[in-house]
Design a protein around this ligand. Structure first.
Ligand code: ADP
Length: 510
């Protein structure tokens, strides 16, 4: 049985998607793919609702988020259960990586948006005759398009930021995980959000595209590099601001002085949590040769202890999106054909009916294999020995991606220096994957991993127009640079420049 099945419409009816639980293959029902007219109507409704919402105080908006938080806390088990059914994740993982960060996002932005987005007075360094005020105002209606790997959290987090900044939101969740969108709708309806302010449109790429082509004022997209490019191109053509949170191929660098037990535990969790379907999963390890054997043995042993399952207590869940399984198999098979050694795993799990790939560890990999160059997005951990840290950094940077990375060393000072040498939007020293979960930490990619920053001050402000208002302080009938121009003025300008940027006293003003 297909887990995601597209059903063509009969006589002008709407196209539908039939879904099943990827872990048990139990049917989950159908959703209708919404049309571009419906998307446009949602955006119109959102604009009407935003007019009033944008005028509320931060504390009033924050109260809505706090109400949503109370609902989420009260219904956490039910929400988790519904997310498990749609994704095949272990319930603990849904609580820790979907519900808990969602609670944090609701509380964090409800409390801090007022400060982050407060009007700011800034002293001007040169134009002393002007007062500068910087203000952050909502962009209007934000279109948010999200993927299936953390369908609840990755939809809620940008939504809360956009709402707290005073915007309305139209959300298009992944066609593989529409229930997450339904849950968000239920959450915000229960929290008493005004009608139209937050709307979910369900569907596939065509619905997403309709949202990008609608009258939204900003797009926040999380998903693959391939689709991100399409969305970015469309936004570029329309000069529509967009944040693109795309893929990663996160390197892990294990130094000779690392706490190997911790590093091995981190590698196993970083690679196999959420069945490796995280944009910040540990997707390649560079371990210096002095400790490579010991580290690898620990990783292989710990990987062998993981329990994969569909029901009850287990550590590694299913692949959520069936086409991903083919990519995982292609990467592993190609690596093995080209000489990589399979230390454990390397196949679909034959004991389970759903879409499962066994946690897999590869050694003897080389940098021309797909498993070291392309995003695998599955439970696969290739380990490569390197001479030293310099070679590790150089190989880590030899990638089209630059989202997140980790460095493992007992010398934290060295860890920070190595982190700085990595071409990566975020780096973690002696931990992994946590960057997105720390609300203050700006999150986003370098190179093909994306454009813009989510979370914290940078993320929240990205849902605003940052505007400046300059007020003249002294009045008077004219300004030195206004008309009339004259040879005297020309001389004065020259003298002023020489004074300000050419003398020690003048530099005090510059
Ligand atoms: P994944 O979910 O595998 O990371 P995608 O990047 O294809 O992969 O999907 C992310 C989101 O983008 C989903 O909600 C999907 O429906 C949507 N999407 C797919 N194609 C387009 C498109 N052309 N324009 C806008 N959104 C799209």
């Amino acid at each position: 049985m297909a887990v995601v099945e597209f059903i063509d419409s009969a006589e002008g009816g709407r196209r539908r998607i039939r879904l099943a639980n990827p872990a048990t293959l139990a049917p989950l029902g159908e959703i209708e793919i919404q049309t571009s007219d419906e998307v446009r109507a949602a955006v119109e409704g959102a604009r009407k609702a935003q007019a009033e919402w944008g005028g509320l105080s931060f504390s009033e908006r924050g109260n809505s988020m706090r109400r949503a938080l109370r609902v989420l806390l009260a219904r956490q088990d039910e929400f988790a259960e519904r997310i498990v059914r749609e994704t095949g994740k272990p319930v603990v993982e849904v609580l820790t990586s979907e519900i808990m960060p969602a609670c944090d996002a609701l509380a964090f932005y409800a409390r801090r948006s007022a400060k982050i987005l407060a009007d700011r007075r800034v002293r001007t360094h040169l134009a002393k005759n002007k007062k500068l005020r910087i203000i952050y105002r909502p962009v209007g209606v934000v279109g948010i398009i999200t993927p299936w790997n953390f369908p609840f959290m990755l939809s809620l987090n940008p939504t809360v930021q956009a709402l707290m900044a005073g915007n309305a939101v139209v959300l298009k969740p992944s066609e593989a995980t529409p229930v997450a969108g339904v849950l968000l709708e239920e959450l915000f309806v229960s929290a008493g959000l005004p009608e139209g302010l937050f709307t979910v449109v369900q569907g596939d790429g065509s619905t997403g595209q309709a949202l990008v082509e609608s009258e939204v004022d900003k797009i926040s997209f999380t998903g693959s590099v391939r689709t991100g490019r399409i969305v970015g191109e469309l936004c570029g053509r329309r000069l529509l601001p967009c944040t693109l949170e795309l893929g990663g191929k996160d390197p892990m660098i294990v130094c000779a002085d690392a706490n190997l037990e911790r590093a091995a535990n981190g590698a196993v969790w970083g690679a196999f949590a959420n069945a490796g379907q995280v944009c910040t999963s540990t997707e390649r390890v560079y371990v210096v040769e002095d400790v490579a054997d010991e580290f690898t043995e620990l990783v292989v042993k710990k990987t062998g202890e993981l329990r994969q399952g569909a029901i009850g207590e287990f550590d590694v869940g299913s692949v959520i999106w069936p086409p991903q399984l083919e990519i995982i198999e292609r990467h592993v098979n190609e690596a093995v054909e080209r000489g990589a050694v399979l230390r454990t795993g390397g196949r679909r799990n034959p004991d389970l009916d759903g879409i499962f790939y066994e946690p897999t560890v590869l050694t003897d990999v080389t940098h021309d294999m797909q498993v070291m160059r392309e995003e695998t997005f599955g439970p696969v951990l290739p380990i490569m020995r390197v001479r030293d840290e310099a070679e590790a950094i150089s190989l880590a940077n030899d990638s089209t991606y630059g989202l997140n990375a980790s460095i493992w060393t007992r010398n934290k000072h060295k860890g920070v220096e190595l982190a700085d040498a990595l071409q990566s939007g975020s780096v973690v020293v002696n931990d992994c994957m946590v960057s997105y979960g720390v609300a203050e930490s700006p999150f986003g990619g370098m190179k093909d991993s994306g454009i813009g920053r989510a979370n914290g001050e940078a993320g929240l402000r990205s849902y605003c127009h940052t505007r400046s208002i300059l007020v003249d302080r002294f009045g008077g009938k004219s300004e030195p640079m206004w008309y009339p121009y004259s040879p005297r003025m020309q001389k004065l300008v020259g003298r002023t420049m020489r004074f300000i940027w050419g003398t020690p006293l003048g530099r005090l003003f510059s």
